[in-house]
Design a binder for this molecule. Structure first.
Ligand code: SF4
Length: 361
């Protein structure tokens, strides 16, 4: 990059200078390999890359949003992740946290766009309103649509963090009064990685950048523009309550015995069987918990148009799609309930079959 404004230090140097030990650095590399769903043997390769690669310069734009993704980014409490986020990335512009304001702040942004064309990463938080000429969100006298076109259009890549930036999110919910869209729809044709979620998991931002630094390319994406390493698996398939689903043990009322025992939230409207994200594995707040872990069903916040498609949040999914075992199990469960008049509806044909054998033995 070679510009006096933008210090050229490697990721590892930056971490080391801030007191991160070699052991913590290597631990971080192992965590990143796991987050990227790579074998542990990739950790040394990640370490080698972070020792050599300069910190990429980032500008963070914020539009129609609740600032929850900035909170997620800044509230990481573990020294390892916190330091990595702020050390992997050289954040030159972030309206919410930067000390500069007004023209000085605008200069920081303009300097990056002008001096580092195709060399910086744009991070966008919040949706972009297009209706009525984009007047519903303006910063420094410019519309969000114009800013995103200029800044993301000149970036090496854009990370759309949070569901609003990825797909329009809650501002785009019917009737979408501001014509809100995500980055890819606001600036067609640019390179965008969607990292949806309410909020984004900071580990997924970091892992995306680490993937780029290590392999020289962005991670593989699904049809919704999301990295497969983070959004390639169903929440239902990694959920800690899955054994209760398979055993037909369901919460039927908030605060009932099943709820207190940590049973499955499917009957309470959990959307986990239709949603894709690595929440059960990496969780939030340094792995402390996640919505289902805390006793609330998944609301599908990382899916496109989730507010329109996933509501009502507390109504049971009628037919989890594409999985014959569960459909069959649902029917079997209904038949069982009719025969026995029991309150428990069995789900999971395997468990039903094995349970039936036991009873007959
Ligand atoms: S329905 Fe929800 S709570 Fe139950 S196992 Fe699936 S993801 Fe977990």
């Amino acid at each position: 990059m070679g510009n006096d404004h933008f210090p050229e230090v490697t990721v590892y140097e930056s971490m080391r200078d801030k007191g991160v030990s070699r052991r913590e650095f290597l631990t971080f590399c192992s965590i990143m390999a796991a987050t990227l769903a790579l074998p542990a043997s990739f950790a040394p390769r990640i370490a080698e890359a972070l020792e050599k690669k300069k910190k990429p310069t980032v500008v963070w734009l914020e539009f129609q949003d609740c600032a929850g993704n900035s909170e997620s980014f800044l509230r990481a409490s573990s020294p390892t992740v916190k330091d990595i986020v702020l050390d992997v990335l050289n954040v030159e512009y972030h309206e919410t946290i930067m000390a500069a304001a007004g023209h000085q702040a605008e200069k920081s942004l303009n300097d990056v766009v002008k001096n580092l064309k195709d060399q910086y990463i744009a991070v966008v938080e919040g949706s972009i309103p297009l209706k009525d000429g984009g007047v519903y969100c303006c910063v420094g006298g410019k519309t969000a649509a114009d800013i995103v076109k200029e800044v993301c259009g000149n970036a090496m890549a854009t990370l759309a963090v949070g569901t609003c930036a990825a797909y329009g999110g809650i501002p785009a919910a019917r009737p979408n009064p501001t014509g809100a869209v995500g980055v890819a729809d606001a600036v067609p044709g640019i390179t965008v990685v969607n990292l949806p979620g309410c909020p984004v998991n900071v580990e997924n931002i970091t892992a995306t950048v680490v993937h780029f630094l290590t392999f020289g390319s962005l991670p593989s994406l699904d049809k919704h523009g999301r990295p497969l390493f983070a959004y390639g698996k169903r929440i239902h398939d990694n959920c800690e309550r899955r054994a209760h689903f398979d055993a037909g043990q369901f919460v039927r009322q908030w605060g009932d015995e099943g709820h207190r025992k940590g049973w499955c939230l499917y009957e309470m409207g959990c959307k986990g069987p239709e949603t894709f994200k690595n929440c059960p594995r990496i969780k939030y707040n340094e792995g402390t918990s996640w919505p289902v872990g805390a006793g609330h069903g998944c609301i599908g916040c990382a899916e496109p148009a989730f507010w329109d498609k996933m509501t009502p949040f507390y109504r049971r999914l009628p037919h989890p799609p594409g999985f014959g075992v569960e459909k069959t199990a649902d029917k079997v469960g209904a038949g069982l309930a009719a025969v026995t008049g029991a309150a428990i509806v069995a789900h999971g044909i395997g468990r039903i079959v094995s349970g039936g054998k036991k009873e007959s033995e």
